[in-house]
Design a protein around this ligand. Structure first.
Ligand code: AMP
Ligand code: TRP
Length: 339
């Protein structure tokens, strides 16, 4: 394929399905923030169209969740001056390109997605068509901006491979290098933050146990209590990485510490090696509160008067459409749609 050069542009999204966890923050948002200061244009999105694929959400709740997620982005350091911040449904080209991609992607590709298999469960017949087509909409989110880089947590890797497959098939079928082959950015100390109750499970906002996660809206006491109660083993912490093998809960807590403090796992272990959890957990709680309290109080401030958020999202949608409208127009032309 011939070389086409694309503007270095980052796109990523999070579902406004209620609550933002420490996993979202360390696995995704922290990287979103730092990429604003690299050589990229950055577009960050509340993916509300995705949020209704698993089940319909009460309308007032969806509105609340979307604004709260926007507040979380802004409070974490995503600046409306540096980034385009949008709500997916308000930029119609996402859904329009998704239709085209529904016709490019194959049923077999979708059926192999582990997220589909997990979320549809045993009763796939009862799952929504939207849940099945979810990855085609995700590919459209990315490719409607010709985004070149997508920062995500580990769990999204397979969807990004599918995005590349869709771009490649479109380019091949129409004989033009129109869509970029996007690079996943799965980096950082915490691409997979685990549950505080079970080191084999991902920390998730959908886990029935609230004690399994730290929510970005938890107050200092709650954060300290959840860390104090986090599952661990009876041994002291090792001073070398190999000492964390087969100790998933210990590894997770050290990992969280390292990510919050912008340190490598090795450096943290040099400092804390030999400590018992009775010493390490309060230190971790103190660090978590120090880093997260300013974010949660700024989120509360923004949520007290949501006009500012709504203004930011309206401006974001306008800025976004300057990029997305011409890309959709060109896509339609390539396909042969008459204007
Ligand atoms: P979601 O909440 O599923 O929409 O995920 C939003 C972003 O956060 C995606 O980039 C995920 O990969 C990332 N993410 C979610 N949970 C975790 C976790 N436990 N560890 C690391 N990243 C996560
Ligand atoms: N599927 C992603 C998740 O659940 C959310 C998402 C939707 C996304 N569209 C995207 C992430 C585009 C990155 C790029 O985490």
């Amino acid at each position: 394929m011939s070389e086409t050069s694309f503007t270095p542009r980052v796109f990523s999204g999070i579902q406004p399905s209620g609550g933002l966890t420490l996993g979202n923050y360390l696995g995704a948002i922290k990287r979103f923030v730092s990429m604003q200061d690299e050589d990229f244009e950055t577009v960050y999105c509340m993916v509300d169209l995705h949020a209704i694929t698993a089940k319909l959400i009460d309308p007032a709740e969806l509105r609340h969740n979307t604004r709260e997620l926007a507040a979380g982005f802004i409070a974490s350091g995503i600046s409306p001056e540096k980034s385009i911040l949008i709500n997916q449904s308000q930029v119609p080209e996402h859904a329009q390109l998704a239709w085209i991609f529904n016709c490019i992607a194959r049923m077999g590709w979708m059926g192999r997605m582990t997220q589909w298999k997990d979320k549809a469960g045993k009763n796939a017949e009862a799952a929504s068509l939207g849940l099945f087509a979810y990855p085609a909409l995700m590919a459209a989110d990315i490719l409607i901006y010709h985004a070149t880089h997508v920062p995500v947590g580990e769990d999204q890797k397979q969807h990004l491979e599918l995005t590349r497959d869709i771009a490649a098939k479109f380019n091949h079928d129409y004989g033009e290098d129109f869509f970029p082959i996007t690079e996943p950015v799965i980096e950082g100390a915490a691409t997979r933050v685990m549950s505080l109750r079970d080191g084999a499970k991902k920390m998730s906002k959908s886990d029935p146990s609230d004690a399994s996660r730290i929510n970005m809206t938890d107050d200092a006491d709650t954060i300290a209590r959840k860390i104090r109660k986090a599952k661990t083993d009876p041994d002291a912490l090792p001073s070398e990485l190999a000492g964390l093998d087969d100790r998933p809960e210990a590894r997770n807590l050290v990992n969280i510490y390292a990510a919050l403090n912008d340190q490598s796992l090795e450096d943290v272990l040099k400092d804390v090696g030999g400590q018992q959890f009775g010493t390490f957990k309060p230190a971790l709680a103190e660090l978590a509160v120090e880093k997260l309290a300013p974010i949660s109080s700024e989120m509360a401030r923004l949520m007290a008067d949501t006009d500012e958020i709504d203004r930011i999202l309206a401006k974001g949608a306008e800025q976004a459409r300057v990029i997305t409208a011409p890309i959709l127009k060109r896509t339609y032309e390539i396909i042969g749609m008459v204007s």
